[in-house]
Design a protein around this ligand. Structure first.
Ligand code: FAD
Ligand code: NAI
Length: 508
């Protein structure tokens, strides 16, 4: 009984502590302190983008050292790993968005934000041309922003490889708007298939959900969609049961090429059990409003043409360069051999420039284009810029002290010399920033039916695991990685909500 009493006291204190901590965190989030004004004499650091790379830089940057200006057409950070869950309403899209204004308002010194797209970077004139592409425009909707230092973190756009019909007829899965469009179209296909007098072939076509691209985006979306069907659609629209079908089309011999062989096999086996068809070695060549035309490579190497009718087509075949990045590359001779993005050195400086850095999907630093890489690169740049600023301040102080020391005599001179030594020591410590080194934590992907796969780096080896326990690991890892306490809470509430009440099948 004594033990029980102690246990009860500990639990009680634990709960009170947790509630207190959460309450205090929320209070801090809601009440940002006064900010210092940026000093116009300091260098202007312009950051393009509000994605993984840029936000990770902003989070750790000491903004009092620079005049920081952020430019991005998206005034929020998007937690992309949970975006596939928004396509079916398992998670609401606002739960994984964090307003950039909140992020910037919590910095010590003010940061300017312009909701605009960078249309051109003139690296010699040190100017970025920007354009307000939003619905509402003022008298001025395009202008230029000069910079002393520039960080390009604009990410990438969807690769279509110039395949006809892709842009017109398919949905992508990169932004919040894409997920909303997919969610709407799934229900549109379902309701149209149930329309009075719809022919059986047309019903079958409308309920054929095709995903092109067997990378993690395509696999996660296919898994989420099948879950939606199994757990909700089947119940509320029983007439579609016989015809609803998900097909994943991949040009390579297997899906998830970046995962270990064992997990690829596990995923393919799980998809089979979930009744998702995987069509590997099938390269899509053309898309029309109702069909995709693909080329299948038989085991003997011969090719076969196939026509697949579809109702919904989701295109997830990876990344392509954004026009602003392409344009910048074309201005810099040192970038002429780079094809997939801005080639950078080990300090993430864009090759051929001195004051432009690149992070994330638009930079080529020999790592995969992932959130993990982008956020580590952003954090590295924050450390580098903080250290550069400190170095400059110390150098200025040293210069002053040297003048003082030259004029001083006796005790004062000794004091000045001691100060110089202390500053030189500080300078050596600050300067010790090595080149960027990526630390791979592992890869995770949800594959549907409450299962996930994980290739986790552990000590100097790798642990590959797949299944329901991995799914709980996936959930806890991603909820932990969410940007803020608010995001974390919203995501948890969404999970509980869709578990208890099911997903919403209304078409907005
Ligand atoms: P982004 O995060 O894409 O941000 C680019 C920013 O630049 C945006 O704010 C955009 O609005 C802005 N921008 C665009 N054009 C301009 C312009 N002209 N001027 C100014 N700003 C501009 N990676 C993982 O490691 N783990 C995962 O689980 C994972 N899941 C994913 C799921 C999905 C559905 C997707 C699409 C990607 C996923 N990724 C994942 C990959 C990851 O999201 C990207 O690698 C990461 O977002 C790259 O970060 P970034 O900062 O380079 O670009
Ligand atoms: P991807 O580049 O990883 O995969 C695209 C796939 O599409 C490739 O396997 C390619 O062979 C295939 N493909 C290309 N053209 C095709 C065609 N015409 N017909 C059929 N198949 C075709 O792209 P994805 O999945 O969008 O991922 C982009 C990046 O984001 C990757 O670096 C990925 O690692 C990362 N990411 C990571 C996630 C995770 O870790 N869970 C989730 C989503 C993305």
């Amino acid at each position: 009984r004594r033990t029980l009493r102690w246990l009860w006291r500990f639990t009680y204190l634990g709960v009170i502590g947790f509630l207190g901590y959460t309450g205090y965190t929320i209070y801090l989030l809601r009440t940002p302190s006064e900010q210092d004004e940026a000093d116009p004499r300091k260098k202007t650091l312009v950051i393009l983008g509000t994605g993984w790379g840029a936000v990770s830089l902003l989070k750790k940057l000491d903004t009092e050292n620079y005049n920081v200006i952020v430019i991005s057409p998206r005034n929020f950070f998007l937690f992309t790993p949970l975006l596939p869950s928004c396509t079916t309403g398992t998670i609401e899209h606002r739960s994984i968005m964090e307003p950039v204004r909140n992020i910037l308002r919590h910095k010590k010194t003010t940061v300017k934000y312009y909701e605009a797209e960078a249309t051109k970077i003139d690296y010699q004139k040190k100017v970025v041309y920007i354009n307000d592409d939003s619905e509402i425009k003022g008298d001025t909707s395009s202008t230029e922003v000069p910079f002393d230092m520039l960080v390009v973190g604009v990410g990438a756009e969807n690769a279509t490889f110039g395949i006809p019909g892709v842009r017109e007829y398919s949905c992508f899965l990169k932004e919040v708007g894409d997920a909303q469009q997919i969610r709407k179209r799934i229900m549109d296909c379902v309701e149209t298939a149930s329309f009075k007098d719809q022919s059986p072939e047309e019903r079958k076509r409308l309920l054929h959900m095709v995903v092109v691209g067997g990378g993690p985006t395509g696999v996660e979306f296919a898994g989420e969609l099948q879950d939606f069907f199994e757990q909700d659609l089947k119940k509320w629209v029983p007439e579609i049961v016989d015809n609803f079908h998900v097909t994943l089309v991949e040009a390579l011999p297997n899906v998830l090429p970046m995962f270990s062989k064992q997990l690829i096999d596990y995923t393919e086996k799980s998809f089979k059990e979930e009744s998702i068809t995987i069509r590997t070695k099938t390269m899509v060549k053309n898309v029309t409003d109702k069909t995709i035309e693909a080329e299948f490579t038989r085991p003997d190497g011969t090719k076969e043409k196939e026509i697949l009718p579809y109702g919904l087509l989701v295109w997830a075949t990876g990344n392509a360069l954004r026009p602003v990045v392409k344009d910048l590359m074309s201005q810099i001779p040192a970038q002429k051999d780079s094809r997939r993005g801005l080639a950078v050195n080990e300090y993430l400086v864009v090759n051929g420039t001195e004051n432009i850095w690149a992070v994330g999907d638009c930079a080529i630093a020999n790592y995969a284009p992932t959130a993990q890489v982008a956020s580590q690169e952003g954090a590295f740049l924050a450390r580098l810029f903080n250290s550069l600023a400190k170095t400059e301040t110390i150098n200025a102080e040293l210069a002053n002290l040297s003048v003082e020391q030259a004029k001083a005599t006796g005790e004062e001179r000794t004091q000045a010399l001691n100060n110089i030594k202390a500053l030189q020591k500080q300078l050596r410590r600050v300067k010790q920033i090595g080149p960027f080194e990526y630390s791979h934590q592992g890869s995770l992907a949800y594959i549907g039916h409450d299962k996930a796969v994980a290739d986790i780096s552990w000590l100097s080896g790798n642990i590959a695991s797949g299944g329901t326990i991995t799914y709980w690991f996936w959930k806890s890892a991603y909820v932990n990685m969410c940007f803020s306490t608010r995001n974390r809470m919203l995501v948890l509430v969404d999970w509980v909500k869709s578990y208890i009440f099911g997903r919403d099948v209304s078409r907005e």
